[in-house]
Design a protein around this ligand. Structure first.
Ligand SMILES: [Cu+2]
Length: 481
């Protein structure tokens, strides 16, 4: 009878011990795998890379290259190198036809900073990747293990029949068991609660970890409604845009972006991938044409993207990015010039209603656009009397809405800092086939009354379809300043 009770007590204690030790063991063994997508507009090509982070300590670095847009045939060369190094033994990857993914396995065989280079013969894009160092077993894990083992041994010994007959020894062993188990329990209690997600244990394919979940809806928001020529808040990024050669209307030209920190003047090279890109760049011309592109990083703080400006004049540039750490989402505004006589006098894009875009009939509805109030913008896509339901997600979203507000002159002006800029997403879930449509909906609050230029963007057949809309926003009811 007594023996059975003793065994029962022993089992309960062992169970409690197992429960104590288990979390520590699992915490150390968990090694989440990071998979990250990044869009690259490299020369004339649009590529989507899917990068799987190598294991802790380094190893195989698989990369899937998916050509989009109107990719010219040919190949790009991929390699994994230390920062700034020239790619040695690059792997050739075909980049046609569009929609056809190709996987290559690169190797990053040691911890630390790496770059995936993607070269098209003219430009070498460098995507930063960090290989995590193997996480050392934390001291508290050792405390749990040693304390628990000693405690169990002492406990079993204390309960043994032969020892029971020597009360002093039993008492001593019992005390040792108590000490061992207390050490283990204390170590577990004092262990970092985030043990399963310590930065060292989570290899990140990019310089920083994944973007914060749920931070997509309506980012960008509105620019300050008061004119602010140069936003100089601490830690903000200053972008400078220039073309590698004088831009000519109708001809492709490379736009270069240099990023510096407004407070230190230092080169900014800590951008995190957010919404599948390091920088989401909106370039808006005097003809109100939008290019939403993803420049490639070619050197620290230096980015390049190819554009074909349609007309001469001054172009507004909006660079959306997130800095690592608590830098947050920010939009740096700049501009560049396409020399030549400015002969543009474009009529504004049509207002809400039906229009034909890329072979589709698009019905845009913006009911009751009032300043300061959430407004829904809906685009419904059809073709030949049928609903279009094969829209592809782009940058992880069903659709994008870019918004440019009125400048001081009353019309949307991409080079006027008074023009609010916004970038909104349709976050709806995909249909059963993984596609979207026919309805793409956004919620946006127009900061003030006036004329806005909107661009709704979706992807179909690997091509981006842009629907331009002019919206007049009414003043809010009540006295206006
Ligand atoms: Cu983008």
């Amino acid at each position: 009878m007594i023996r059975r009770r003793r065994v029962g007590v022993l089992l309960v204690l062992l169970g409690a011990l197992a429960a104590l030790v288990a979390p520590g063991a699992f915490a150390h063994e968990s090694t989440p795998t990071g998979v990250q997508r990044i869009e690259l507009d490299l020369g004339a090509r649009e590529l989507a890379l899917t990068i799987t982070a190598p294991p802790e300590g380094g190893g195989r670095l698989p990369v899937v290259v998916l050509p989009r847009g109107e990719a010219p045939p040919g190949e790009v060369m991929l390699a994994a190198v230390r920062p700034g190094e020239e790619p040695a033994n690059p792997v050739a990857v075909p980049v046609a036809p569009v929609g056809q993914p190709h996987e290559v396995a690169l190797t990053a065989d040691a911890p630390g900073a790496w770059e995936i280079t993607v070269a098209d013969g003219t430009t070498v894009a460098r995507v930063p990747v960090t290989v995590a160092a193997p996480a050392p077993t934390p001291g508290w894990v050792w405390a749990v293990r040693v304390g628990a083992v000693l405690g169990v041994i002492a406990l079993i010994a204390a309960l043994a029949q032969s020892v029971r007959q020597r009360p002093r020894l039993a008492l001593g062993l019992g005390a040792a068991a108590l000490v061992g188990l207390t050490v283990a329990a204390t170590a577990v209690a004092m262990a970092p609660s985030s043990a399963t997600t310590t930065p060292e244990a989570a290899p990140a394919p990019a310089p920083v970890t994944a973007p914060p979940a749920g931070g997509h809806a309506g980012h960008g928001g509105a620019a300050p409604s008061a004119p602010a020529p140069v936003p100089m808040t601490s830690g903000s990024v200053v972008a400078t845009a220039s073309t590698t050669s004088p831009a000519v209307p109708g001809a492709p030209v490379d736009l270069e972006l240099d990023l510096t920190d407004s407070s230190t003047g230092a080169v900014v090279d800590d951008l995190a991938i957010h919404d599948d890109a390091l920088i989401h760049l909106a370039v808006i011309g005097p003809d109100q044409q939008l290019a939403h592109v993803h420049p490639v990083r070619t050197a620290p703080g230096h980015y390049v993207v190819r554009l074909t400006p349609g007309v001469a004049g001054r172009y507004g540039v909006f660079a959306e990015m997130e800095r690592a750490g608590d830098g947050g989402h920010q939009v740096a505004r700049t501009a560049f010039e396409v020399p030549g006589p400015s002969t543009v006098s474009v009529p504004p894009a049509p207002g809400p209603g039906m229009r034909e875009v890329a072979g589709m009939q698009v019905d845009v509805a913006v009911p009751e656009a009032v300043a300061g109030r959430p407004t829904s913008v809906t685009a419904t896509f059809g073709q030949g009397g049928r609903q279009v339901t094969d829209l592809q997600g782009w940058l992880g979203m069903a659709g994008h809405l870019l918004v440019l507000g009125p400048g001081l002159g009353g019309a949307p002006d991409p080079t006027d800092p008074a023009s609010a800029f916004g970038h909104v997403h349709d976050m709806s879930a995909a249909g059963p086939a993984g596609t979207y449509g026919p309805r793409i909906t956004f919620e946006h609050t127009f900061p003030r009354a006036g004329r806005y230029q909107l661009w709704v963007q979706v992807q179909r057949d690997w091509q981006i379809v842009t629907v331009s809309v002019t919206v007049d926003v009414a003043p809010a009811a009540g006295p206006q300043p």
